[in-house]
Ligand binder design. Structure first.
Ligand code: ITT
Length: 184
């Protein structure tokens, strides 16, 4: 089985490919820019994106909308994570947290799959924002996100390790289990 992943983010593609490889599902990137609306939740952003793409792409596909939610910043950057990553960047986030005693944060990922109907799968991972960058793997905010119970950031993990515990790994697991049940 082949699955089109609509995204501009190669880091996401690599994680989804690695996840699905052993299951015999081939994920391929389909680059198709879609509007990301300003909304309060990742689910709304994903749902709108799928609705827009469904009229323009033949066949089934999925996308992933994700974000980093920092407690001390009341959930910021959240749905604005992509914009904040491009503008403030990791250094900007570290500066905002310079005096923060509470560095707790979580990543959330919403996978939206379209097969004529919309199916949403979510995953979350809790952790904290480190005071410095560590590691060169992964992408985005990975060098400053340390999941709870681990002494390494996501950027210090292999893709397989990250997938086992990450927000996206968990959403991909829910997605793959649903596919197994529903594609019999
Ligand atoms: P799309 O084309 O798939 O939308 P994007 O990079 O714009 O790619 P999002 O809109 O979902 O993705 O924005 C999420 C942002 O949050 C993204 O820019 C990353 O910087 C960050 N992010 C998401 N997942 C991450 C992860 O697993 N590790 C580190 N940063 C992540």
């Amino acid at each position: 089985m082949r699955l089109a992943f609509i995204t501009s983010n190669l880091g996401k593609v690599q994680e989804a490919k690695k996840y699905f490889e052993p299951l015999g599902v081939e994920v391929y990137q389909l680059y198709f820019e879609y509007p990301e609306i300003q909304a309060d939740t990742l689910e709304e952003v994903a749902e709108y994106g799928v609705g827009w793409l469904a009229g323009r792409i033949d066949g089934r596909f999925f996308l992933d909308d994700s974000g980093l939610f920092i407690e001390a910043l009341k959930g910021f950057p959240g749905v604005y994570s992509a914009y904040v990553y491009r503008t403030l960047g990791i250094d900007g986030i570290l500066r905002l947290l310079e005096d923060a005693g509470d560095r707790r944060a979580y990543f959330k990922s919403v996978i939206a799959y379209w097969d004529g109907e919309l199916h949403l799968f979510t995953g979350r991972v809790d952790g904290e924002i480190t005071t410095d960058r560590h590691g060169s793997g992964g992408f985005g905010f990975d060098p400053v996100f340390k999941p709870t119970g681990f002494e390494r950031t996501f950027a210090e993990m292999t893709t397989e390790e990250k997938n086992r515990i990450s927000h996206r790994g968990r959403a991909l697991k829910a997605f793959s289990e649903w596919l197994k049940e529903n594609l019999k």
